[in-house]
Ligand binder design. Structure first.
Ligand code: ADP
Ligand code: MG
Length: 753
């Protein structure tokens, strides 16, 4: 039934070709009990491996049932092995972490036996090899003789016509060895048995034929006891179906948990992977979000709850406007004087001692009057009370602050806000909640400076000056003036009579005639108004006459391009009513709905947070790609770290995989077993991470940052992460399987053992 015709097997290593055996002619029949002997290195094992389809051959032809096998593909060879060959090895090749029962069951599963059929078969054969009662014992716990009995049971379980055994007794004491050989003989009378041995005496009582190898060739082929040969037994190939999907799942699950240490390590690695990926993902989202943060030139308070409101016709706000706005749903408060939101006041010592006491927002006294615990409330525009955090810098220096006077400056531009210094006459402390609100919008404010209405009006007027520009029309010339950083600033001076304007010689020179007495038209413009005033030039001042006209002793100490009007005219220019208010909403999520409602009520709106200028406007798409690449890069690093560790852990599994390959598992089988195993571990790890994320979201630990970070992980994100990580796991398994199968089963096995 099995015939070799001038078969040769060559090994090539490092360019050198050596023969495992060469030009072997042999024919085997069912019922034969063949012993192959010969000195070490004579080619016995190689011959046996070729016969059992574990190794390929390079020359000649091997026939099975008259069919040539040289053209067999890997799959054909796998199938051939499943159908015809049961193997027994010197080193047993049991799965040590499996029980006796599971070891025998394994080959039946691999050959696609029916689930119902398996238990009976397994128990029967275990009984036959004399291991009843040991079914549940782990293979690693058995003696050598017992192990080889399991191996025999395994080889016989699926009823292949050929049993090959390579030095099956090599690792056994002589007593067990004799028993094993006898067992083999008894259990396989109708099969072809080929035993490689260098202890011929052991097998002598049973053999029907003795083949002696020498130097890769058959030196002697002797028929003994020909009378024992059965007359032409009908050959029956064993079942060779595919491992069913159910069995794959069962084996995969079994492999996942049967070595606790390995399972624990893998779980740790996958926890690392999951948490790492969650961290990567969250910081990626966080990064994207903070990129959205920008700054605004005009607005100090850019909280997401603020809507700027002006009137459609740019007119001034009236009480009924405030009432109307307050009545709109989701409006928490109307900040009438919204300069209090946008002006950050720097507190400096007024006597020029260089003391800096911090930055605060401006606020109405009434709002915090209850909280003033020391001193009293302000009585005039030169007094203020201070509300600060207990542990702020200003809070630590309240005694010194109240002792002297303060100069108020615009923290942003450095401009003086009031013409006179301010005395802090009382103070108090903010509550934790108030501090949280203060800090929550990203400001660095220490608290609030509360002043009376008159002072606030002055400050607002000063502020408006900053946002107004002027055109000076004089003697056919138009000059741009004012604005934040502009030239020709307008000041008020007691020296200037109402209706007149004093100009520097710079401007006066625009006319070839005497400037004084001529008309000068001033157009004062802001976002909200454009007013034109006509003055008579009262004087053109220079450094010689400035004391006479303006009481200025030295022109070098002031802006020598300023224009001066009377205090009353100055107020006409800038003391406007309010053109702009802000609305703070209760629920930030509904800010656009609220904005719509305000628009419908007849106002113009701006959600202030949207008006921020991004730091990286021009680079936004580049940044997006850059941080996405950071995420991908991070995940790749995670993947390879994980792969590396998994590879180390799975190294111990290589024996397992090469063993089941020799038992008939295909490459696809091994690959899917590995995938199932890693998939199960991954899911457990992901589940643990998920539970942790949900736990952290609840803020049970009291670490502020964690729930915030975790709030980036919505269901969709978690699903995305799951899919990404799942793909990574499958990829990992596939990659590992691929490198595992870059070698033939036999070579892989030889390397591992
Ligand atoms: P035996 O089993 O009779 O001791 P083997 O069949 O193992 O002998 O080896 C036969 C010859 O083939 C020896 O010369 C051995 O060195 C060589 N050989 C066996 N396996 C390999 C291999 N994987 N690569 C290269 N040479 C090998
Ligand atoms: Mg050998």
């Amino acid at each position: 039934m099995l015939r070799l015709e001038r078969v040769s097997k060559f090994y090539s290593a490092g360019g050198m070709v050596s023969a495992g055996f060469s030009k072997v002619d042999l024919e085997f029949q069912l019922g034969e009990f063949v012993a192959i002997t010969g000195e070490s290195g004579s080619g016995k094992s190689t011959l046996l491996n070729v016969i059992s389809g574990l190794d390929s051959f390079e020359e000649g032809e091997m026939y099975i049932q008259g069919q040539p096998t040289s053209g067999y593909s890997k799959e054909d060879l796998e199938n051939y092995r499943k159908q015809y060959i049961g193997s027994i090895f010197q080193t047993f090749n049991l799965i040590n972490s499996y029980t006796v029962y599971q070891n025998v069951e394994l080959v039946l599963l691999l050959s696609g036996y029916d689930k119902k059929e398996i238990p009976d078969r397994v128990h029967q054969i275990i009984d036959k090899v004399g291991l009843s009662g040991f079914e549940k014992k782990k293979a690693s716990k058995l003696s050598g003789g017992q192990k080889q009995r399991v191996a025999i049971a395994r080889a016989l379980a699926k009823e292949t016509p050929v049993i090959v055994a390579d030095e099956p007794t090599g690792n056994l004491d002589s007593q067990s060895a004799a028993e094993i050989i006898q067992l083999l003989h008894e259990l396989s009378k109708d099969k072809l048995i080929i035993i490689v041995t260098h202890n011929y005496e052991q097998v002598e009582p049973y053999v029907t034929r003795k083949i002696t190898m020498h130097d890769g060739r058959v030196a002697e082929d002797k028929q003994l006891k020909a009378e024992d040969l059965l007359p032409a037994v009908e050959l029956k190939a064993a079942k060779a179906d595919e491992l069913t999907f159910g069995s794959q799942l069962r084996l995969g699950l079994r492999n996942t948990f049967n070595i606790p240490a390995k399972f624990g390590l893998l779980l740790l690695v996958f926890l690392f992977l999951c948490f790492g990926a969650v961290f990567e993902y969250v910081s990626w989202q966080n990064m994207g979000d903070s990129m959205d943060d920008g700054w605004s030139e005009y607005f100090r308070y850019t909280g997401k709850d603020r809507i700027l409101v002006t009137k459609e016709d740019k007119s001034e706000f009236r009480q009924k406007d405030y009432d109307k706005l307050a009545g709109i749903s989701n409006v928490e408060s109307v900040v009438e004087n919204d300069i209090t939101l946008d002006l950050m006041i720097g507190l400096a010592g007024a006597d020029g001692d260089g003391n800096w006491w911090g930055s605060v927002f401006l606020s109405e006294t009434a709002r915090y009057a209850d909280q003033v615990t020391e001193g009293r409330l302000p009585k005039n525009a030169k007094e203020a009370v201070l509300l600060v955090g207990q542990d702020s810098y200003a809070g630590d220096h309240l005694e010194e602050i109240t002792k002297g006077k303060l100069e108020l400056t615009d923290d942003y531009s450095g401009r003086s806000l009031l013409t006179h210094p301010v005395k802090v006459v009382g103070y108090g402390f903010l509550t934790e909640k108030q501090l949280e609100n203060l800090r929550g919008n990203g400001s660095y404010s220490d608290g609030y400076l509360c002043m009376n209405d008159k002072a606030m009006d002055q400050i607002r007027m000063g502020n408006l000056v900053q946002y107004c520009t002027q055109e000076i029309h004089f003697a056919d010339t138009i000059m741009e003036a004012g604005g934040r950083w502009g030239s020709y600033p307008i000041y008020s001076s007691e020296y200037v009579p109402e209706g007149q304007i004093y100009i520097p010689e710079d401007i006066a020179m625009a006319s070839p005639y005497e400037a004084a007495g001529q008309d000068l038209r001033l157009v004062n413009k802001s976002l909200y108004f454009e007013d034109t005033y006509t003055y008579t030039v009262g004087a053109a001042y220079n450094k010689n006459n400035c004391y006479y006209y303006l009481g200025i002793e030295n022109l070098d100490n002031v802006d020598s391009t300023a224009i001066y009007v009377s205090p009353k005219d100055y107020r006409k220019l800038f003391d406007k009513e309010n053109f702009q208010s802000s609305v703070l909403v209760a629920d930030e999520m509904l800010v656009y709905e609220t904005e719509k409602a305000i628009k419908e009520a007849g106002y113009k709106t701006l959600v202030v947070n949207d008006a921020k200028i991004s730091y990286n406007d021009d680079f936004e798409p580049v940044y997006d790609i850059l941080i996405l690449m950071l995420l991908i890069g991070g995940l790749l690093v995670l993947f390879f770290i994980t792969y590396f560790i998994v590879k180390l852990i799975l190294k111990s599994r290589n024996v397992y995989f090469s063993t089941i390959r020799m038992l008939g598992a295909t490459k696809a089988n091994c690959s899917s077993l590995l995938k199932i195993e890693l998939f199960v571990v991954f899911n457990l790890a992901f589940f643990v991470s998920l539970a942790t994320v949900l736990f952290l979201k609840q803020d049970t630990l009291g670490i502020d940052m964690l729930p915030l970070m975790m709030s980036y992980l919505e269901t969709g994100d978690l699903m995305a992460l799951y899919v990404i990580l799942c793909a990574m796991t499958i990829l990992l398994a596939a990659r590992y399987a691929r490198q595992l199968f870059s070698k033939t089963a036999m070579n892989a096995y030889k390397e591992e053992v």
